[in-house]
Ligand binder design. Sequence first.
Ligand code: PLP
Length: 435
Amino acid sequence: MINLKVVMNTFDISRKLFKRAVRVIPGGVNSPVRAFRAVGGNPLFIERAKGSRIYDADGNSYVDYVLSWGPMILGHTHPAVIRAIKKAADRGTSFGAPTALEIELAELVLKIYPSMDKVRMVNSGTEATMSAIRVARGFTGRDKIIKFEGCYHGHADGLLVKAGSGAMTFGLPDSPGVPKAYARNTITLPHNDVDALKKMIEGQWRDIACVILEPVVGNIGCVLPQPGFLEAVRKLTRKNGIVLIFDEVMTGFRVAFGGAQAHYGIKPDMTCLGKVIGGGLPVGAYGGRKEIMAMVSPEGPVYQAGTLSGNPLAMTAGITTLKELSRPGVYKKIEKNCVQLEKGLRDAAKRAGVKTRFYRAGSMFCTYFTDVDVLDYETAKTADTKKFGVFFSEMLQSGVNIAPSQFEAGFMSLAHSEKDIDHTIASAYKALKKI
Ligand SMILES: *Cc1c(COP(=O)(O)O)cnc(C)c1O
């Protein structure tokens, strides 16, 4: 039996840092999901991380399932990645001119994602989706876009309509500051609803530039595509000259090495990547079919640029991460970890008598505190956020770090050990017993 005794220090230093932070940074954080508003309390300030663990400023240690919201699939401070970054830094941190590194990462990405003929590097997932949509509009000469409720595609204007976890957690489905004229060009449909999509496209196909979606919706937890949904989206978009964009910023390299498109066997016209592709440094990417990417400046007329895009440190972290991921046995080990955790969590909920739904796609997963099958935004909302709050605090006290919101996915890394996962399962059982 696992020894659950975790001696926690106080959270005094984090508390003090947070007090300082709120004076100079809105809400004390540089991205809203980092705040603990949904679960109460102050965010932890992190000092360092190694492998499966992160360490806060008070010296507490946690098994980490946030993994920087997905990127750290190899675990934190992976030796090969850190070594490569240090070496690259010695040669210079930014040139604003092409480097061989950019070609290397692009070639790697195109090999892993054969639906893309060309790819452009940017600095975040937000930039990737925002740019891909601009290109899709330029390519089709149409203005409207279709997105699905609960899908998050970054924080660009026009995409913050029913946009998943951050907005959901804070009760802001639509953000002030987005001009109505922008939002008007965003059509939002219920996820997994083929009929709604069919009806909309039949009526307005002449105006619709693209359909963008998360093939597995990670930004309301983990919502799987219903059988036939992605196939229907592909068919309807192709038939009507609409660009299909898979936002694989989260699912890329997680649902499978080749993303959800490899797992489900669907070929989108464009793909957005982020998170894992930068191995912990800021990288996003968008790419697609030749004739679409030929629209991108300077090859074509659609403008999109970036002073730090293709940054040598970021490219190096990305290249090294993808190379490590392509080693034999890596995905097998991650899958083994996930199976152990899934089995353990399902069993713990059963033993504790707490009704939950657990979903997983590759190394992203979510436990919902609900007795309803979660198929979309509406059913995700049935989850009991109070119960989640209790669960979150108990897990933290046991030294397990999960995202401070019911509507976020959890992530697994290569670095998690059997012991880490056993500890997590035992902690979860103890936490569930308190609900
Ligand atoms: C995280 C995420 C984004 C935004 O990426 P950033 O790097 O945070 O700008 C876009 N789409 C999806 C699906 C994401 O999960």
